[in-house]
Design a protein around this ligand. Structure first.
Ligand code: F0G
Length: 449
């Protein structure tokens, strides 16, 4: 196999990028109050804010879009969407939603009540917020290796099975309506969960008659990392691995904006017919009729093709290699990152990068602002601005949109990060000028302290 990573596609339609000067970026950064969420996207050269809904669609997806059946009820597009999802996920009921968090709200709205407890390896913020919204408690039980950026472990997204058992003993199975596993574990650095761990969690859940659900956003990347890192899976296809993984659960929530390769959409699956009925009743109230669930027929078509394309081996090999390339090239020069590189993003450890900036002065936000100033790159802080004093780490996430940037864009990102690494001692901390009462990171205004 040649060593050079090439994109397993060629480009048919291009979107120009706009260059800005350093002076312009300084002005833009000031106008955005050092918060990259407040920047116009047109002033960003390489946008690594998120891998959600930002991917490029294939010719097959665009062609399928033209087949979109926009009938209100019983649309052909729904049949194609359900068949494609069932082929991979295997669950009896497939309920479309406008994105992942809508599936979460419906699932927890139906399954959870005040006083309940929902364990996960690590809850994503929308999952946690939707659980807390119904008065239940969201508990993170990732293995201890998953909490230390420097520790190398092939499956840092694994759930601590002993801790799950203890939790069940302590609160009682009646208060745990479901257990969740997030594949890959986004909030924990995009780290995968092993098949062995899925099996162990599943059998513990079965023993206590607790349903197991997947937060399946990045299921294809997780499947490929199992193939690369877990013995016994070297010769299985990513699809076979995904099918086996989902067979250990009772359902899932999904944001099709990630490994659905679509710009919008999601779904909720369950094997429980009674639950599915209640979920569809709620769906009609807030999302739409069960054969479209808040999506256009054409969106369902894009997802039907996208979930299959996400499992193609050539694509996954390039995707995982390209993410690892970025991580390894900056780590080799000393840049502290969450190790090993995960599936969809590289996470820089900002506390270790900028040890002279106290946590109260937002080292992650300061680093993200500097990456923009140096080279027009937009990343996102996952740390003290996002989570307040509860933040255990200050990370800067460089999330890579699917099929959007080429290897030379990635080389450019490496070069800019290494430039910033050289001048790290001169980077200053920030202080808050304005914060909203909740989810403050989206609108906060900051200035140099
Ligand atoms: N679960 C995980 C693990 C996620 O990463 C996300 C979204 C969701 C659920 C919610 O899905 O956005 O379609 O409602 N993550 C995006 C990100 C926003 O940037 O990581 P959604």
């Amino acid at each position: 196999m040649p060593r050079t990573i090439i994109e397993p596609f060629r480009i048919k339609s291009v979107e120009p990028l706009r260059w800005t000067t350093r002076e312009e970026r300084l002005q833009l950064l000031r106008a955005a109050h050092c918060n990259l969420f407040l920047l116009p996207a047109a002033d960003v050269l390489i946008d690594l804010l998120t891998d959600s809904g930002t991917g490029a669609m294939s010719t097959h997806q665009w062609a399928a879009i033209m087949e979109g059946d926009e009938s209100y009820a019983g649309s052909k597009s729904f049949d194609r969407f359900r068949n494609s999802v069932q082929d991979i996920f295997g669950y009896r009921n497939v309920i479309p939603t406008h994105q992942g968090r809508a599936a979460e709200r419906i699932l927890f709205g139906v399954m959870c009540k005040k006083g309940d407890v929902v364990p996960n390896n690590t809850h994503f913020d929308t999952t946690r917020a939707n659980i807390e919204f119904v008065g239940a408690e969201a508990v993170d039980l990732v293995i201890s290796e998953g909490r230390d950026p420097r520790v190398k472990h092939p499956f840092k997204g694994n759930m601590d099975v002993g801790a799950l058992e203890q939790l069940i003993q302590r609160v009682g199975r009646e208060r745990i309506p479901l257990v969740m596993l997030t594949v890959t574990n986004n909030s924990g650095g995009g780290q995968p969960v092993s098949m062995d761990n899925v099996r162990q969690v599943s059998s513990l859940c079965k023993r206590h008659r607790i349903p197991l659900y997947f937060d399946a956003c990045r299921f294809a990347e997780n499947s490929y990392l199992i193939r690369l890192r877990e013995s016994g899976y070297e010769s299985k296809s990513p699809k076979q691995i995904a099918q086996e993984m989902f067979s250990y659960g009772d359902g899932c929530t999904m944001s099709a904006k990630k490994d659905g390769m679509a710009n919008i959409g999601g779904f909720l699956c369950t094997n429980d017919d009674l639950l599915a009925q209640q979920e569809k009743d709620l769906l009609i109230l807030t999302e739409g009729y069960p054969t479209y669930g808040g999506l256009a027929g054409r969106d369902l078509e894009a997802i039907a093709v996208g979930v299959q394309e996400a499992l193609e081996e050539d694509y996954l090999r390039y995707r995982i290699a390209s993410t690892a390339y970025l991580g390894n090239h900056i780590a080799e020069q000393g840049v502290p990152i969450v190790q090993p590189p995960g599936g969809h993003a590289i996470y820089i450890d900002a506390r270790a990068f900028l040890p002279h900036i106290p946590v109260e002065q937002f080292p992650g936000v300061a680093l993200a602002a500097e990456l923009y100033l140096e080279g027009g790159i937009r990343s996102v802080e996952i740390g003290t601005l996002m989570f307040g004093a509860a933040a255990k780490m200050d990370l800067v996430r460089l999330a890579i949109p699917r099929r959007v940037y080429t290897q030379s864009h990635i080389d450019y990102v490496v070069e800019i990060i290494l430039e910033v690494w050289k001048k790290r001692a001169s980077i200053r901390g920030l202080k808050l000028k304005y914060e909203a009462p909740f989810l403050r990171h989206f609108t906060a205004k900051l200035e140099p302290s």
